[in-house]
Write a protein that binds this ligand. Structure first.
Ligand SMILES: Nc1ncnc2c1ncn2[C@@H]1O[C@H](COP(=O)(O)OP(=O)(O)OP(=O)(O)O)[C@@H](O)[C@H]1O
Ligand SMILES: [Mg+2]
Length: 207
């Protein structure tokens, strides 16, 4: 049999099409990194695989849409998960900028729900979100996230999302404002968060 061909290849992982109990599935496999010593590499791949599966489950429990985890394999450092039907938010915004305000409001709500349940994502970009065919925002790629997130972690999430937006979608500044407004309307203690984000920005400026 020939080796399966990855349908996506990121910095750390490869994604393969698969099936699980009669359903469309994806396998996300963390490939070895030769520049890391083998022992450290195994540790990191194992940690990120376990962390990502755990975060997906915790977020789902809190009512935030993430892929269903079907299986975790710590020998292969892989997760078999639901293949979410929809379009990557990055592509949606590129192709249909007219939809940006609506999509961004949904993103704001989803991130606020995540943060209100004490979880931060760790890598919030429009490439790590899928607009599902049934019109919801599904968050993916949670390997850098954490539960028991502190104000600082949530501030970093928002700050990174703003930077990601500015670089990937420089023309969508109004839509990003809509995102922030819907986020702040749902987020618990929004003013504290806003102050933290300002602090993080200033830190970057003067250090
Ligand atoms: N459950 C899923 N359903 C549909 N598409 C997915 C799913 N998971 C990943 N994808 C697709 O595969 C791409 C890469 O996945 P992901 O972002 O998880 O990996 P990555 O960026 O390589 O990961 P990492 O940053 O952890 O190295 C995504 O941008 C998305 O297009
Ligand atoms: Mg990704």
């Amino acid at each position: 049999m020939t080796d399966p061909i990855p349908i996506a290849k990121g910095a750390e992982a490869e994604i393969f099409d698969s099936r699980f109990l009669g359903r469309d599935a994806l396998i996300k496999m963390r490939s070895p990194k030769r520049y890391r010593a083998a022992e450290l590499d195994d540790e990191l791949r194992s940690y990120r695989t376990r962390n990502e599966a755990r975060l997906m489950k915790e977020a789902r429990k809190a009512g935030v849409r993430t892929p269903v985890v079907y299986d975790v394999d710590l020998k292969e450092f892989s997760i078999t998960m639901e293949k979410v039907k929809g379009i990557k938010v990055k592509e949606k915004l590129d192709r249909e900028p007219g939809s940006a305000a609506d999509v961004c409001m949904m993103i704001g709500n989803a991130v606020a729900d995540l943060h209100n349940s004490g979880i931060c994502h760790g890598d919030l970009t429009t490439s790590n979100m899928i607009l599902t065919d049934d019109g919801k925002i599904c968050l993916i790629d949670l390997s850098m996230g954490r539960t028991k997130a502190e104000l600082e972690d949530m501030g970093v999430d928002v700050h990174l999302l703003e930077r990601a937006f500015a670089s990937a979608h420089p023309d969508l500044t109004e839509a990003f404002s809509a995102l922030m407004n819907s986020y702040l309307a749902v987020k618990k203690e929004p003013n504290e968060l806003l102050r933290k984000v300002e602090e993080i920005k200033n830190r970057g400026r003067y250090t």
